[in-house]
Design a protein around this ligand. Sequence first.
Ligand code: SF4
Length: 284
Amino acid sequence: MKITIAKTAGFCFGVKRAVETVYQQIEENPGMPIYTWGPIIHNEQVLEDLAAKGVKMIETLDAAEQIEDGIIVVRAHGIGRELYERLDRPGIRLVDATCPFVKKIHRTVETKSADGYRIVVVGSSAHPEVQGIVGWSKTPADVVESPEIAAEYVPEPGKPVCIVAQTTFNYKKFKDVVEKISEKSYDSIAVDTICNATYERQREAALLAEESDVMLVIGGRSSSNTQKLYEICRQHCPKTYYIQTALDIGDDWFWTDASVGITAGASTPKNIIEEVYTNVRLKF
Ligand code: SF4
């Protein structure tokens, strides 16, 4: 059996940086209460380890307002401006681990909306990164989730449109959305804000899936970039499985001369990828 691990599998720069930020805060501030705004990463094993070290997670302003002192770490997805300002108050030290690539989208949205553009964010409206991006627009912004929705989109008359994307959005779908909106708006600009890490991971996953008999995609159930990786791999390899850890691997998925590809979402630690590799190897 041939097993290939994608070079781009696992932690991206932004997630690695955010997780390291929390561990650094724990080390540098013994005894100080530490909170993260939402899960710092979509990975249960890492979250359990942080919880064991006393890190708590908060997700509502009410919960944040109960905190009298401590550190709140903003995760890689970032948050909107209003929330940022409300969390940043006396007694609280706000540590911003927003990925610099997401931060750059915040700046674009803030500037362009101030310049009179209607902001369109291409992505999932339920995703915290998208909600954070929308939160930096100075005027109401729209979220367009798919090319089908873009086909129905009606631009505000006389207003230029600035289109940005959720960093983990599928590149081809983003291009389709831009094309559809541009057909309707005389004055639109599109800023390709899809992260290279995501694009590279998706591109490599597609190539690997194409040449594999079985493809394993590792990642948390609620990780949107892992779900997208899974969709892409399935298009090229019907025997694609979505797993969280080595425990999810089925006994009848492989055969002696099968070629197996392994990739993983941005929130998957290296040790989990290695564990999956070892377990697949042990199957034959
Ligand atoms: S996927 Fe890209 S934008 Fe998102 S956290 Fe990772 S490096 Fe940053």
